[in-house]
Design a protein around this ligand. Structure first.
Ligand SMILES: [Zn+2]
Length: 244
């Protein structure tokens, strides 16, 4: 592991520690896989992170500018760019994507909503299970049910947030908070109903199967994506609190 930082060393250390803890957590709870050596770039501002993305990861400026509000970009060839505005759950979230990809045998997950929901499930649990990130856990635990009540009438059918293109469209068109809330609660609901082991298996089967995802859902859970969507929309704020 190497670390390059711009700004305060003490702050950089806090992020470095969160990164190491998140990797350890994922190796224990999802897949014991060694991704090799990472380089962490830790920046004192989002502006400098955008510059770093172009300089060290050759990202074109237009794409890099997208991260001006993002605080942290998914690792690119083991280079992980993080700004001082990033939350610890976001760091865990981005690393979860890496591990989930390997867990499913490489490639990107067919269903964006499942991918994002699972990354959030892990980033939430990571904060819950690490005393150091308790404040972030408490604030998520309080805000998620409230956001559910705010968004649920406008939740988007899962078929419409399945492709990467559809996901980015909703993200860019004012539904960022909604889609993250919806997909986390959908994954929590499925894990609560069917158990983590079954849902982890489902992730692998969806990826490996030659059949359309909805057929795999129907075969393994007895539900289509639309059934799941409708069941989640029937929950109330109290039900959601219990899922957390
Ligand atoms: Zn994500």
């Amino acid at each position: 592991m190497s670390i390059i930082f711009y700004g305060q060393e003490t702050v950089a250390k806090i992020y470095y520690e969160a990164f190491e803890k998140a990797v350890k957590y994922l190796r224990k709870n999802l897949l014991d896989y060694d991704h090799g050596r990472y380089t962490l770039y830790i920046y004192d501002s989002n502006e400098n992170m955008v510059k770093g993305l172009t300089k060290f990861s050759n990202m074109n400026i237009e794409y890099a500018s997208f991260f001006i509000n993002g605080a942290c970009a998914a690792p690119i060839n083991n280079k992980f760019h993080i700004s001082h505005h990033s939350s610890f759950s976001t760091i865990a979230h981005e690393i979860t994507h890496e591990y989930l990809k390997m867990y499913m045998g490489g490639g990107s997950l067919k269903l964006s909503w499942m991918n994002e929901g699972f990354a959030q499930y892990f980033d939430y649990n990571f904060c819950r299970d690490n005393n150091k990130y308790k404040n972030e856990y408490i604030s998520m635990k309080q805000s998620i049910p409230r956001h559910f009540s705010l968004y649920k009438n406008n939740y988007i059918p899962l078929e419409s947030i399945s492709s990467g293109r559809q996901w980015v469209y909703e993200y860019d068109n004012g539904n960022r908070g909604l889609i993250y809330n919806e997909t986390l609660i959908t994954v929590l609901y499925l894990i609560n109903k069917f158990g983590l082991k079954k849902i982890k298996g489902l992730y692998q089967d969806i990826q490996l199967s030659k059949n359309p995802p909805d057929e795999v859902f129907k075969k393994e859970l007895g539900l289509t994506m639309n059934d799941i969507y409708n069941q989640v929309k029937k929950l109330n704020e109290k039900d959601v609190t219990k899922l957390l």
